[in-house]
Ligand binder design. Structure first.
Ligand SMILES: [Zn+2]
Length: 454
């Protein structure tokens, strides 16, 4: 009898371990020391003080020994060398294959810069001692966050809902009657001006419950985190407020992870009224959208994680000799003179393209699915909202959540129609028109593969 009971217990324990869908989450502080070069602008700004901390937040998903890892950093983005080093460390320390790991950045503009191998590195002094110290430590901190998350794996159920945040985000490119070029972040508008494109009001909410308690949430919305402004204090911007409020309200022990969607052309300034919500207001409004969606969370099926990724080679833009000469001229004076954001962005892009003319422009597209109803797409850059909407529309999944600035970045990725309209994002884009559509095509192909493998 006792033997039989033991056998039953053993059997139950083993089968529970073998078949369970498990999730663990953790966060590790990645706030830099004072004096660390900040990103987001075309000049050096050393950090001084902290408004709120930065984290590497991780959700590890596992079933039958197969893991998928989702890491989001409170940083302006991700660069390939850091991603590669972090994946290697994760593989060594956690035994999880590097290509099962997604690492994205929230795009906060109040965090440290990462080296890009361009003039930006000199402008931001990212290769100064404090910059190098920060970047060298980062892969280890990311791996630590994954290690902690993996050690907390518990059986969970997953549920998802899509909330709406209307009137929070705005397309920052505006078309004016009779003007060919789109106006970028206009100071004022006429009644005849119209946004050059849409916004994506969807707030993706994916929650994992263990024994009735939420242990992790993955939140998704598309909007530039530029609400803190150009100061020198460190901040996670609105995603920091958003995730903190969601955890406070729905489960104090829950780790809430925010991934930014396709927000290449999306900001928080209402260009009609000129209104700019504060960081606190933006985070609070998004948390209210998540609150409203919470009661409609629907359980989703779960299975062994399926991960696909593909390296996509994009074609670099081409420049005339005159454009290159002008950019070189400007570069020589850019450290002492402010030529304005758009001309400086253009010069940086031209010089990087010249420097790297024999280096392929490669971005990784990655898709993670562990449910028939939901998939996560990771894209390598600042992707225009039109491209994200195209993926969501054509995706075979009911819910498709997108993380931009993931697994490295190819810079801005506008949709094809936006190229002739010019201005900031277009002159900053490394890839020629059609690059974004190529990423969409690969994302949809991979979504098809994880939806129906074999
Ligand atoms: Zn940006």
């Amino acid at each position: 009898m006792i033997t039989r009971l033991l056998f039953c217990l053993l059997f139950v324990t083993l089968s529970a371990q073998a078949g369970d869908f498990r999730v663990g989450a953790a966060q590790v502080d990645i706030t830099p020391k004072d004096g660390t070069p900040l990103g987001g602008f075309y000049k050096f700004r050393g950090s001084a003080g902290v408004l709120d901390p930065l984290y590497a937040k991780t959700i590890v998903v596992e079933k039958e020994g197969v893991h998928a890892v989702i890491v989001v950093l409170d940083l302006s983005g991700t660069v390939r060398p850091v991603v590669a080093a972090a994946r290697k460390a994760i593989q060594e320390q956690c035994g999880i294959e590097g290509d099962h790991v997604m690492i994205s950045g929230t795009h906060t503009h109040s965090g440290p810069q990462q080296p890009r191998g361009s003039l930006m590195d000199d402008l931001t002094k990212v290769n100064s001692a404090p910059g190098v110290a920060y970047i060298s430590a980062l892969p280890g901190l990311i791996a630590e966050s994954v290690k902690q998350a993996k050690s907390r794996l518990v059986p969970v159920t997953a549920s998802a809902a899509i909330g709406k945040a209307e009137g929070i985000s705005f397309n920052r490119r505006v078309l004016r009657e009779g003007v060919k070029e789109a106006i970028w972040q206009p100071k004022s508008l006429t009644a005849f001006d119209k946004p050059a494109g849409p916004v994506d009001p969807d707030v993706g909410v994916l929650v994992f419950h263990s024994a009735g308690k939420p242990v992790a949430s993955f939140l998704n919305f598309a909007m530039h985190p530029t609400s803190v402004g150009g100061g020198v204090k460190i901040s996670a911007d609105y995603p920091g407020v958003f995730t903190r409020l969601v955890s406070e309200r729905h489960g104090p022990d829950m780790i809430s992870v925010f991934a930014n969607g396709c927000c290449g052309n999306i900001n928080h300034t209402d260009y009609i009224t000129g209104k700019r919500r504060s960081t606190q207001e933006l985070g609070t409004a998004l948390a209210a959208s998540a609150d409203a969606a919470w009661p409609s969370l629907q359980p989703v099926t779960t299975f062994k994680p399926r991960i696909r990724s593909e390296l996509v080679t994009l074609t670099r833009k081409k420049f005339s000799e005159a454009q290159i000469a002008k950019a070189k001229d400007m570069a020589a004076n850019m450290f002492t003179k402010n030529f304005g954001t758009v001309p400086m962005a253009e010069a940086v892009c031209i010089l990087e393209t010249v420097d790297k003319q024999n280096v392929p422009l490669v971005g990784e597209v990655q898709v993670i699915a562990f449910s028939d109803e939901l998939a996560i797409v990771a894209l390598p850059g600042e992707i225009f909202v039109e491209l994200g909407l195209a993926i969501k529309k054509a995706s075979p999944f009911k819910h498709t959540l997108i993380a931009e600035l993931a697994n490295g970045s190819v810079g801005y990725v506008p949709n094809r129609e936006a190229y002739p309209q010019g201005n900031y994002e277009i002159v900053s884009a490394r890839g020629e028109a059609g690059s974004g559509e190529k990423l969409v095509e690969v994302a949809l192909k991979l979504l098809g593969q994880v939806k129906s493998p074999d």
